[in-house]
Write a protein that binds this ligand. Structure first.
Ligand SMILES: Cc1cc2nc3c(=O)[nH]c(=O)nc-3n(C[C@H](O)[C@H](O)[C@H](O)COP(=O)(O)OP(=O)(O)OC[C@H]3O[C@@H](n4cnc5c(N)ncnc54)[C@H](O)[C@@H]3O)c2cc1C
Length: 492
């Protein structure tokens, strides 16, 4: 192994693997290490939401996930007697208007195999034990399975090393937040008779929540809260009988699990760091934010961190953009992290209400609100992370009348033009202007209507779409100098 890498990725969970894949796609040399001897065999994060699939699609590798997963079309909430609310994913503003149910073990397998196909092997049983930011490089100490240590220098270090992150500790960043004082159990196994099987089934019972997530065929994940935790530690993992008891009591007496694959108990942590970066060191994924699994957004949000960081690091490493581009990573992603934490917290609070009066109000509001298609649409777009954007980012510039179409900071609604490869900004607007911008900044920009890009020029306005599919600049086509100024600020 080379003893110098452009980027050292610590942690080969879904986030580290996404980051490594993206960097390699951009032609950047990486090393990726994981202290575990093997990748997880657990189903953990079960959902790839629409926006994650779009990001993989723009990067050119959504395809392998699709046959390995199962399309879930919506969610329904019932009280055991009747369905009180339904949310359909059909109306989601995406070319992937569904949730792809796929065990995390499969997601990691696909990402690791893709990385291997590009010549990068995950170095397993290799633990980062210490690191020092030396200003121009980062020096990292790696401990191997046989106890030998290696000192590696890298230009940049990315801590994708999960909730107990060594990198976060090394940065002395506080993981602010708290642990919820309730016990939860999880069962992953086979259940028959739960129909329709392409929906999430949520039961709001007076004694607590019971939620079912389809995995594949008759395999389901069931999750239930057990109320206020007693004692200091996590409760022991549940038995199959306990899982079946709670399913019969809160759901239906006809429901029973067989052949459990995984039974576990857990507690919910809601924590986040303030900054995702210090000098040459970045944090992404659970290393930077953890929250309730309600909404199923932990892994997805972490993968989006990785997509956000990868193109910026790649452009800076190649000298195509100034290092200041990297300053936008933390503000953009901390804003998203805060939102995800807030929403997951609210969902958990609502689902675990114990007061019968409040439960009654909750049920009435849910029934009423979800009877409006626009409310359903908004909820579905939020769950699938389609409504995330960067309106307040230092990288977002709105300038004059850009005409109809996405505003600066919003997601570009189409697949990125093939010729851009998700590696450069795409200039969308009048052909002569976009061609001139691409000619002046070839390292940063490709014209949407250039041959081979298969893009569509919008009717009016001028937009610069970032490599991760968000509009960075939106302005009037009458004033291309402003778009040029935007690019000259970024260009290396
Ligand atoms: C029961 C459960 C259900 C969940 N459901 C969902 C869901 O439906 N949707 C969703 O989006 N998320 C869900 N999540 C959350 C999701 O699993 C995590 O958000 C996700 O695993 C985070 O990925 P990561 O790559 O950031 O970290 P991890 O998956 O934790 O990976 C970190 C890796 O870093 C390695 N590592 C740690 N320290 C070091 C070190 N010092 N040196 C080298 N390697 C190191 C570890 O071995 C590990 O492989 C769920 C989680 C659980 C537990």
């Amino acid at each position: 192994m080379p003893d110098h890498a452009r980027v050292l990725v610590v942690g080969a969970g879904p986030v580290g693997l996404t980051l490594a894949n993206e960097l390699v796609r951009h032609g950047i040399s990486v090393r990726i290490v994981d202290k575990a001897a093997e990748r997880t065999d657990k189903s953990k994060a079960l959902v790839l939401w629409s926006r994650s699939l779009e990001l993989f699609d723009d990067a050119g590798y959504a395809e392998p996930f699709l046959p390995a997963g199962f399309q879930c079309r919506g969610a329904q909430i019932s009280n055991g007697k009747e369905v009180m609310a339904r949310v359909s994913f059909d109306s989601v503003d995406s070319r992937y208007a569904y949730a792809l149910m796929i065990p995390q073990s499969e997601t990691e397998r696909i990402l690791e195999e893709r990385l291997a196909a590009h010549g990068v092997r995950v170095e397993r049983s290799v633990e980062l034990t210490a690191f020092a930011d030396k200003g121009t490089v980062v020096e990292a100490t790696l401990r191997k399975a046989d106890g030998a240590t290696e000192t590696l220098t890298a230009d940049w270090l990315a801590g994708c090393d999960g909730a107990h992150s060594t990198v976060r500790h090394g940065l002395e960043f506080a993981f602010e937040g708290n642990t919820l004082e309730s016990d939860w159990i999880l069962g992953d196994g086979f259940i028959s008779g739960l129909e329709p099987n392409d929906r999430l089934h949520i039961f709001w019972h007076r004694d607590g929540i019971l939620a079912f997530f389809p995995i594949v065929g008759s395999r389901w994940r069931v999750v239930a809260d057990f109320g206020v935790a007693t004692g200091g530690g996590r409760r022991p993992d549940p038995s199959l009988d306990e899982v079946n008891e709670v399913m019969a009591h809160r759901g239906s007496p006809t429901l029973a699990m067989t052949d459990p694959v995984w039974l576990a108990s857990f507690r919910i942590n809601e924590r986040k760091v303030r900054d995702y970066r210090k000098g040459r060191v970045f944090l992404a994924g659970d290393a930077a934010h953890i929250h309730s699994p309600a909404g199923g957004q932990g892994m997805n949000t972490g993968m989006h961190d990785a997509f956000n960081l990868a193109w910026k690091l790649a452009l800076v490493i190649k000298g195509s953009a100034k290092p200041a581009l990297l300053d936008s990573y933390s503000p953009e992603r901390t804003a998203v992290g805060e939102r995800v934490l807030r929403n997951a917290g609210r969902l958990t609070e609502v689902a675990t209400l114990r007061n019968p009066v409040l439960q009654g109000i909750r049920n009435t509001v849910a029934r009423f609100a979800t009877s409006f298609p626009f409310v359903q649409h908004k909820m579905a777009n939020a769950l699938t992370e389609m409504d995330i954007g960067y309106p307040e980012s230092p990288l977002t510039v709105r300038d004059g009348d850009a005409g109809p179409g996405p505003k600066a900071g919003e997601r570009w609604p189409e697949k990125l033009p093939a010729g851009s490869g998700g590696m450069k900004f795409v200039a969308a607007g009048p052909a002569d202007i976009t061609a001139a911008l691409a000619a002046k900044y070839p390292q940063l920009v490709v014209a949407a209507n250039a041959p081979g890009t298969q893009g569509r020029a919008p009717a009016s306005g001028l937009r610069l779409i970032r490599p991760d599919g968000y509009v960075g600049y939106a302005g009037s086509a009458q004033d291309p100098l402003h778009a040029e100024a935007y690019l000259s600020t970024l260009a290396g």
